[in-house]
Design a protein around this ligand. Structure first.
Ligand code: GLN
Length: 188
């Protein structure tokens, strides 16, 4: 049997418990990360949604900003986590983000997304969500809402503007675990 993948979940603020629960459901081993050394030996990392300003501040306080920049493995950022990875924050992703892009009036909504897997649409929950802007040539857009990218992959990065940890559909987390397996083979 395959050894369970050990996936860190940045646990300074936001929806880290919900991500850990999905990982457990998929047979992976979640590891809550609050200190730089907790990144050692992980197969991948999730940066959850929450409040990007708070997450950024706490990451700097604990030295996690540098540690995550140096973490060479696959990273999955959702909502605020997608903002934290962008060009203007950690600078790991070659894209910008527009915060609260869908407007403060429409703070939260759900949408059915075609995620290009030939399967039924994915019900996605958006909460004061950003969208991607001005993405570089290596960013592959995987889903859009009204022409704005909300799911994308760039090499070892997967980013979602919505909250796949809040619904029962595990396809986005499964896609991330597949990226972890692929990259693991490349790195091995
Ligand atoms: N609006 C939040 C921010 O800018 C993100 C919201 C979320 O993660 N649900 O950080």
């Amino acid at each position: 049997m395959e050894k369970p993948l050990r996936i860190g979940v940045l646990a300074v603020q936001g929806n880290f418990r919900e991500h850990a629960a999905v990982l457990r459901r998929l047979g992976a081993e979640p590891v809550e990360v609050r200190l730089p050394e907790q990144l050692d030996g992980l197969d991948g990392l999730i940066i959850p949604g929450g409040e990007s300003t708070a997450i950024g501040r706490l990451m700097r306080l604990y030295g996690l900003d540098e540690a995550v920049r140096e973490f060479g493995g696959p990273i999955f950022g959702t909502c605020a986590g997608m903002i934290v990875l962008d060009r203007d924050h950690l600078g790991l992703g070659d894209y910008g983000t527009q915060r609260n892009a869908f407007g403060r009036q429409v703070r939260s909504f759900e949408a059915d997304l075609d995620i290009g897997d030939g399967d039924e649409p994915l019900r996605a929950v958006f909460i004061r969500a950003p969208w991607l802007e001005d993405a570089g040539p290596d960013v592959q857009v995987l889903a859009e809402v009204d022409g704005h990218p909300v799911l994308a992959r760039e090499g070892r990065l997967l980013v979602a503007a919505f909250h796949p940890e809040l619904t029962d559909d595990t396809r986005i987390h499964e896609r991330f675990l597949n990226i972890v397996r692929e990259e693991g083979h490349v790195r091995a």
